[in-house]
Design a protein around this ligand. Sequence first.
Ligand SMILES: C[S@@+](CC[C@H](N)C(=O)[O-])C[C@H]1O[C@@H](n2cnc3c(N)ncnc32)[C@H](O)[C@@H]1O
Length: 139
Amino acid sequence: MKPHPLEQPTLKRVRFLRARGQEAQAEAVLWEALAQEPNLATVHLELAQLRWPGPDYLHWLAWLHGELQPRLYVGIGVERGESLKLALPPTRVIGVDPAPMGDPLAACNAAASLYRQTSAEFLSDPPADCGLRAEGAGF
Ligand SMILES: C[S@@+](CC[C@H](N)C(=O)[O-])C[C@H]1O[C@@H](n2cnc3c(N)ncnc32)[C@H](O)[C@@H]1O
């Protein structure tokens, strides 16, 4: 997706400020950009990292897989499969995405299936082979 023209200048300014320890000013610059255009994913991400520093969701997801070892992991909106690849055998993985990028299952360590449809389509009528239909659900 083409970046919005506000994104790069905003992030450049924010990194300049943060490198000088000016966190409050950096946060103000991020909020200013979002006031002009609320749909700036990279700006939201930078704001989240500024306000809540530390390991990101993929770190915690990997930790949860290790701790919980779920029988089933359903990923809604899998894009390139960055989160799917964190599941470990014997967890079974189901990915649902109407427009995944590349092959989201390529780096999967666990047995995995991908359904190219929206979550609403998938959940309203789970495909017969996914194992989630009431009559055959093994989970
Ligand atoms: C930000 S990406 C998700 C990244 C992923 N969760 C990860 O951590 O690697 C958003 C994805 O949601 C998908 N998506 C959008 N609308 C959807 C819907 N209604 N149902 C399922 N997936 C959807 C898009 O195609 C896109 O690949």
